[in-house]
Design a protein around this ligand. Structure first.
Ligand code: PRP
Length: 209
């Protein structure tokens, strides 16, 4: 059996993904979550895990330095990398939404701040709306509060960040969950090994959702 490299996203998806791996019966060591190491070999299952910034997971997988990866659909849609999407892991449910101040009104020169410029541009173009999209890297909710943009496109999970900053959800764009992706060549060359992981995940994916 060939060794697999699996890219995991450090951040909010990470814990739920690790939990799912453990439920699937893969022997993930307890120090996995606390370590500062970026490459974690797990000899029992012949896998090297690499811990990457979530937005970089599709890049590692497209270039084949990771055979498979765990990543949010939001990142997949934004990064537009050439990878196979194998499985909806149905964890880390959230949604991508348009939000703004409650008294928001359309203006002549609308500006939208987001971490997802491609997704946002596509969305407004499809609606026939002309907007200027401003790329930010985090704390997107700040933008309407200080007048950088009149609306934002961002992930809403519990809704707490919007609420605590006096913003409201204006439109739900799409539901988001975590996906398992694979490098196209790896999927052919290491099919048995990858299918083994897919089956493990498939056996524990939350049902009825
Ligand atoms: C995400 C997202 C929102 C928040 C939504 O940010 O961009 O800000 O979580 O979650 P909630 O609805 O449960 O409040 P993240 O914490 O990833 O950090 P960031 O703002 O730096 O992107």
């Amino acid at each position: 059996m060939s060794r697999l490299t699996v890219a995991m996203p450090k951040g909010r998806i990470f814990e739920e993904a690790v939990e799912l791996l453990r439920e699937a019966g893969l022997p993930i060591p307890p120090e996995f979550e606390d370590s500062r190491k970026l490459i974690i070999p797990v000899e029992e299952i012949n896998i090297d895990f690499i811990l990457a910034k979530p937005t970089d997971v599709p890049t590692y997988v497209e270039y084949g330095v990771a055979d498979i990866g765990v990543v949010g659909k939001d990142v997949l849609l934004e990064e537009e990398r050439d990878v196979y999407e194998l499985l909806d892991l149905k964890i880390s449910h959230c949604r991508l939404s348009v939000a703004g101040l409650p008294d928001w009104k359309p203006t002549d020169a609308p500006r939208v701040a987001t971490k997802y410029p491609k997704v946002a541009s596509r969305y407004f173009r499809e609606q026939g709306a002309q907007v200027e999209v401003i790329k930010l890297n985090g704390s997107i909710e700040l933008a309407p509060l200080i007048g950088l943009a009149d609306r934002i496109v961002d992930i809403v999970s519990t809704g707490r960040t919007l609420k605590e900053n006096g913003l409201v959800e204006l439109e739900e764009m799409m539901p988001i969950t975590t996906r398992l992706i694979a490098n196209r060549v790896s999927y052919r060359m290491k099919n048995a090994e990858i299918d083994y992981i897919v089956d493990k995940f498939a056996s524990v994916i939350p049902r009825g959702e």
